[in-house]
Design a protein around this ligand. Structure first.
Ligand code: FAD
Length: 382
């Protein structure tokens, strides 16, 4: 068993760290405060080839592996979660379905545009009446005169409403088969008449990322916009979420590491009772626990990524990594704010933003309760 990263991954980690400190850290507070989408950073991420890391070079991707993808997400989240989730949702939720299930025509039409970061993709699964039980989708798509006519609504969709958003893949009920609702995935380009993108939500965190409701009213797309096989929608989105969980796990690792970085710095600087607070054992214990837990979450995340890259089953590891890293991140930001005292409660220090950004990690892409169901199923008890 080897715990060292391969040389090229180690180099990538260093490059991401340098990029995040130079390009993201100086603007993260302002982007958060003004809730401004990070267009300029996305452009730079695209130039670096990081908006399409795990996709083949033939489609404009970087041709790298899932571990490389996780390292980039982790490195960005160490400094800012809004930027990290923008890349993460675009890659594993938005672009992934087209790569995995698209026809050659669909891949040729969309992937180069998306993997370059020129345009963004979104994934429309969640609905007002279908969150954890996403199979309960109410959005319908009916075939008429060679077109799908889509009616319905999606909730909380990331990356669908920016100036560079290009396409959303949505789940929709396309009929009944054997007495069961048939769910399929369809591509709906931004700008299609009848596809309306709502106002952004006012969120607890991830202020600089784009999250909106979507509405479809008599929205017509060509029959050829079906993604993969008709009726395969459930299987497809479960596969996409499996991969997505590795990205969210990496976000938790990065965010927790960032909280630890800031806490270590502060514990050395801040003095109380005539000495740096890092000299108090109560503070040392928090830092020691944070460092230990971050490492545990990191190992689980790298394991899930490595299993996927080796072509081995990774659903269990991905769910475990996502569950663990979200919980580690929540505890890390709590301890980090505590270590900062009153200064952690005001926006003067980034740790306050990290605290707000952490909570979604136990909710998005499958809540912790759902991760436990997935894990229990893999253990053969559900
Ligand atoms: C900022 C943000 C970005 C998002 N981005 C996207 C996106 O890009 N695309 C997309 O499709 N969705 C997105 N989502 C939606 C997200 O994935 C859902 O919010 C999440 O899956 C939970 O669904 P829900 O909110 O409907 O909660 P519900 O499913 O209503 O759950 C409510 C509570 O009940 C629990 N619960 C439900 N079922 C069970 C069960 N069987 N056993 C035990 N407990 C259960 C849940 O764990 C939770 O605690 C985003 C959400 C947010 C907030």
């Amino acid at each position: 068993m080897v715990f060292d990263l391969p040389e090229e991954h180690e180099a990538l980690r260093a490059t991401v760290r340098e990029f995040a400190e130079r390009e993201v850290a100086p603007v993260a507070e302002e982007l958060d405060r003004t809730e401004a989408f990070p267009y300029e950073i996305v452009r730079k991420l695209g130039e670096l080839g990081w908006m399409g890391i795990p996709f083949p070079e033939a489609y404009g991707g970087a041709g790298a592996d899932t571990l490389a993808y996780a390292l980039v997400v982790e490195g960005l989240a160490r400094v800012d979660s809004s930027v990290a989730i923008t890349l993460c949702a675009h890659t594993s939720l938005g672009t992934q379905p087209i790569y995995l299930f698209g026809s050659e025509e669909q891949k040729a039409a969309w992937l180069p545009l998306l993997t370059s970061g020129e345009r963004l993709a979104a994934f429309g699964l969640t609905e007002p009446e279908a969150g954890s039980d996403a199979g309960n989708a109410r959005t319908r798509a009916t075939l008429a005169d060679g077109e799908w006519v889509v009616d319905g609504a999606k909730q909380f969709i990331t990356n669908a409403g920016t100036d560079i958003s290009a396409v959303v893949s949505i789940t929709a009920v396309t009929g009944e088969a054997d007495g069961r609702r048939e769910i399929s995935n369809l591509l709906v380009p931004n700008g299609t008449p009848g596809f309306e993108v709502g106002e952004p939500y006012r969120k607890m965190g991830w202020h600089a990322s784009d999250t909106r409701p979507l509405a479809f009213t008599g929205c017509r797309v060509p029959e050829a916009n079906l993604l993969g096989t008709r009726g395969a929608g459930l299987r497809q989105f479960l596969a996409v979420l499996d991969i997505g969980r590795i990205g969210i796990a990496a976000m938790g690792v990065g965010l927790a590491q960032g909280a630890l970085d800031q806490s270590l710095r502060y514990a050395r600087e801040r003095r109380a009772f005539g000495r740096p607070i890092g000299r108090f054992q109560a503070i040392q214990a928090k830092l020691a626990d944070m460092a230990t837990e971050v490492e545990a979450a990191r190992l689980l995340t790298y394991k899930a990524a490595s299993l996927k890259d080796a072509g081995r089953p990774f659903s269990l590891a991905a769910a475990q990594a996502k569950l663990k890293s979200g919980l580690v991140a929540l505890r890390a930001v709590d301890d980090a704010v505590q270590i900062h005292g009153g200064y952690g409660y005001v926006e003067e220090y980034p740790v306050c933003r990290f605290y707000r950004d952490a909570k979604i990690l136990t909710i998005g892409e499958g809540t912790d309760e759902i991760q436990r169901l997935v894990i229990a199923r893999e253990l053969g008890v559900a």
